[in-house]
Ligand binder design. Structure first.
Ligand code: GUN
Length: 285
């Protein structure tokens, strides 16, 4: 039987820290932290994420600015908006919700966001900083995972850490953060041949593949810490992770549920990054 890692509780404590610091910035410096959230088109999942980001801004005392653009918005129009936001002092962080419609090149848009306001940490400058361990912003989901691992009291240094998934948003930066904490890190992906054996060696297993119930209990070492980044919608409408929870929780010492594990952390870390951005832009960090 494992202990459940309560992402909602850990995220609430991160948001509380951010809220207290934001209140201090307002009272002592007259500074209201602002986050611009840009959404293009009508992707229903994106709509839910953007609404949650706006709600989180309200909860921690930030000003949110939403730009909901039509599906047919051109790349040039979107780039123009990003440039306006780059120059707007009220806007400390800019988040362009992905995915973008097919006629817009995501890379071009990400590159246009000022690295100082890139609270997703997707800009190549910030990605490069993560690589060398000199980061202004930690990428939100991997940073949330680190905080969850920390909440279990597990020490990462010297441990076998296995990350399944090599996306730019989660897998690659996740591996880097674990490495910076002196974990021995292995990154697995769709071409990995002996996946089960590699997973069985993991003291800490982070799964971010986007396939329902991909990791089963027989792939998990007794006593491992298991973090499930997956969020998959089954045919019956139910949400499930990348880890088959019932079999995995018999082996793991600690495990995240889906929902209620990594999901709430991502938004909490976005708030933290936005606060950091505001402090940096005002010479306070
Ligand atoms: N789409 C799914 N996850 C994310 C995220 O973390 N940031 C942005 N901008 N878009 C996303």
């Amino acid at each position: 039987m494992s202990q459940i890692i309560d992402g909602k509780a850990v995220s609430a404590s991160v948001k509380q820290e951010v809220k207290e610091e934001a209140a201090k910035l307002r009272e002592e410096k007259g500074l209201k932290v602002g986050l611009a959230v840009v959404i293009v088109g009508n992707n229903p999942a994106s709509r839910v994420y953007v609404n949650n980001k706006k709600k989180a801004c309200e909860a921690v005392g930030f000003q949110s600015y939403e730009y909901a653009l039509d599906e047919n918005t051109t790349q040039e129009q979107l780039l123009d908006l990003v440039n306006v936001l780059n120059r707007d002092d009220k806007v400390n962080g800019i988040l362009v919700q992905l995915p973008l419609p097919k006629h817009i090149d995501e890379k071009t848009v990400i590159n246009a966001i000022s690295p100082d306001k890139d609270v997703d940490a997707f800009h190549p400058v910030n990605v490069g900083k993560i690589m060398i361990g000199d980061y202004a912003f930690l990428p939100c989901t991997p940073a949330g995972v680190m905080r969850l691992i920390e909440s279990t009291g597990t020490k990462i240094a010297g441990k076998q850490c296995v990350v399944i998934g090599r996306s730019n948003i989660v897998g690659k930066p996740m591996a880097m953060l674990l490495l910076h904490e002196s974990g021995t890190v292995t990154v697995c992906h769709s071409k990995t041949q002996n996946l089960k054996e590699v997973c069985l060696g993991a003291d800490i297993l982070v799964v971010a593949v986007g396939r329902a119930n991909f990791v089963t209990g027989d792939m998990i070492k007794e006593g491992a810490v298991v973090i499930d980044v997956g969020m998959n919608r089954l045919d019956d409408g139910k949400l499930c992770g990348d880890v088959e929870y019932e079999s995995a929780e018999k082996k793991a010492s600690y495990i995240t549920p889906v929902p209620g594990g990594v999901g709430p952390m991502t938004i909490a870390m976005l708030m933290k990054n936005t606060l950091t951005a505001a402090k940096q832009q005002n010479g306070l960090a």
